[in-house]
Ligand binder design. Structure first.
Ligand code: FES
Length: 121
């Protein structure tokens, strides 16, 4: 069983173009998810951090919606251009990217744990 340090869920839900809530897919969610996976792999992190598709996270108006576990940090209006910053600052560095936080964020953890990288061999 793989022991991931963090999971990144990217909403890629699609709705009809005239749906009043919109959807993350129409805002570039698939490209964002693909870039997240590519950048994690390029950094050798794909065994430590898992990026997954998510269905609707019920934050459609703030999409593209991304949530990081285990700390439950929700990011909104995320674009592909934000992926490297999320990886480097949050997923590796243990620092919340405050400019991307969704409004009405639940209680944030006081401190995040930087990624525990395995020793180089
Ligand atoms: S469609 Fe992405 S949060 Fe609802």
């Amino acid at each position: 069983m793989p022991g991931f340090e963090r999971h990144v869920f990217v909403c890629t839900n699609e709705r009809a173009a005239d749906h009043p809530r919109g959807c993350c897919k129409s805002k570039g969610a698939v490209a964002l998810r693909d870039k997240m996976k590519q950048e994690l792999t390029a950094r050798g992190l794909s065994k430590l951090i898992r990026a997954n598709n998510a269905g609707c996270l019920d934050q459609c108006e703030h999409g593209v919606s991304v949530v990081v576990y285990p700390e439950q940090v929700w990011y909104g209006a995320v674009t592909s251009e934000d992926v490297v910053e999320i990886i480097e600052r949050h997923l590796v560095g243990g620092e919340i990217v405050t400019r991307l936080l969704m409004p009405d964020q639940h209680k944030l953890p006081a401190e995040l744990v930087p990624l525990r990288l395995p020793p180089r061999t």
